[in-house]
Design a protein around this ligand. Structure first.
Ligand SMILES: Nc1ncnc2c1ncn2[C@@H]1O[C@H](COP(=O)(O)OP(=O)(O)OP(=O)(O)O)[C@@H](O)[C@H]1O
Ligand SMILES: [Mg+2]
Length: 397
């Protein structure tokens, strides 16, 4: 039932082989000493990646996001890769870029996409990742139509727990720890066994400060953003936990966080979830595509965890390791003090107010582009944007 996107590759492979640092390291002038500690980053030549993708052909393009286009490619030796060409010209120097990549490439976890390496020739900044056969949750679970896969209840549980584990690892185990900042269905990729892999972690940190990506899916994007981050610019791990809560509810319900085709009272998933929680009817939110074949108690528990993760006060949201324990049944879910989550519709109300609109739009796009356009509006986001690996804002929570 799992659809994989396999294509024929009429490629002529480059004669020049890729090799690890330092042999094909680009000319780094005086930086060589500084980056001699970099060991894990494989440097690909531009020519090699061009060959692997048939000259970055449309036929090999598998997607386009805020950071640039993604191509499927077959590397020398036959390995498939997802090759992400960053769209903006990086103002970041080669040394800084490689240093950041080094941090990410050292991180390995079953629930994180593996970075193979990168290319930094001239103005090109290209990232090479492990290719994942079953695309993203947004396409296969929430997208409907041709790319759809049937996700049974066990698979959904495994995906929820897997994403939680990957995030707990980034938040609590790696040093320096990482706040993802863009947890959403399109950044959860699935391998051939439907094991979830978080992608794009650390990517925001790699983007130049002048990048100007404005998301075309603002409504959907807004749906994952913790209000204190989207409006106030306060970035902590709790912003990721909020996004995870929204994602978890999407996984159980099989629907996007925002759907303007539904009756107004059902359009925002968090609002709907809270309403059903109050009426003790949470089970009604479970995806009807499951045809009733699911563990109702467990499904309701997952939805309550989603509500806990999206509590208005960041302090009331559990840590990701606690979330993992609650999802796996090692810890009880205590909803006795649970209050209404921070609702997206409240945020949308704010957005339509004329004066606020431009500020919110600016800040929204900024979360996808490091500091980008927020520079003149919100210094907190700028410092937050540089805190991906440092968490200086995270101590109080
Ligand atoms: N490692 C990978 N394996 C397979 N497909 C991938 C891989 N990385 C990305 N893709 C596909 O490429 C598409 C574009 O990904 P990209 O991360 O650029 O955009 P996005 O996640 O939709 O948005 P954003 O820029 O906000 O992250 C996604 O739909 C995803 O399915
Ligand atoms: Mg992405």
């Amino acid at each position: 039932m799992h659809r994989t996107a396999m294509t024929c590759f009429p490629f002529s492979f480059s004669k020049k082989s890729s090799s690890s640092l330092p042999s094909t390291r680009p000319n780094l002038d005086n930086d060589e000493d500084d980056i001699s500690s970099i060991q894990n980053v494989k440097i690909y030549t531009y020519k090699e990646l061009r060959n692997a993708t048939d000259n970055f052909s449309e036929a090999n393009k598998i997607g386009e996001g805020g950071f640039g286009s993604v191509y499927m490619g077959r590397l020398k030796g036959g390995k498939l890769a997802a090759i992400k060409v960053l769209s903006a010209e990086s103002k970041q120097g080669v040394k800084e870029f490689l240093t950041e990549i080094n941090v990410i490439s050292e991180i390995e976890h079953e629930n994180l996409v593996k970075l193979y390496g990168c290319c930094v020739e001239k103005n090109s900044r290209i990232l090479v990742y492990n290719y994942l056969e079953n695309n993203s949750l947004s396409r296969t679970l929430l997208g409907g139509s041709h790319d759809s896969i049937y996700f049974d209840w066990q698979t959904r549980c495994r995906i929820g727990v897997g994403v939680a584990r990957g995030l707990a690892f980034l938040h609590e185990e790696v040093r320096p720890l990482i706040i993802h900042r863009d947890i959403k269905a399109s950044n959860i990729l699935l391998d051939k066994d439907l094991t979830p892999k978080i992608s794009d972690f650390g990517l925001a940190k790699l983007m130049p400060a002048n990048a100007t990506h404005v998301s075309t899916r603002v409504a959907g994007t807004l749906g994952y953003l913790a209000p204190e981050y989207a409006i106030g610019g306060r970035l902590t791990r709790k912003a990721d936990i909020y996004s995870f809560g929204v994602l978890l509810i999407e996984i159980v319900s099989g629907r996007c966080n925002t759907n303007s085709r539904l009756p107004i009272e059902e359009q925002f998933i968090l609002e709907r979830t809270w309403e059903l929680y109050e009426r003790k009817e949470l089970v009604a939110l479970v995806d009807t595509a499951l045809n009733g074949e699911f563990d109702a108690e467990q499904a309701v528990k997952f939805l309550k965890i989603g509500l806990l993760c999206t509590q208005e006060s960041p302090k009331c949201r559990p840590s990701m390791s606690t979330v993992v324990k609650m999802l796996t049944g090692e810890m009880e879910v205590d909803d006795s003090k649970m209050t209404k989550p921070a609702l997206i519709s409240d945020f949308m109300d704010l957005k339509v107010r004329h004066k606020q609109e431009s500020i919110i739009d600016t800040r929204t796009s900024s979360s996808y582009n490091t500091s980008s356009a927020s520079e003149h509006h919100d210094t907190t986001i700028i410092s937050a944007a540089t805190s991906t690996f440092t968490t200086q804002h995270d101590h109080s929570m």
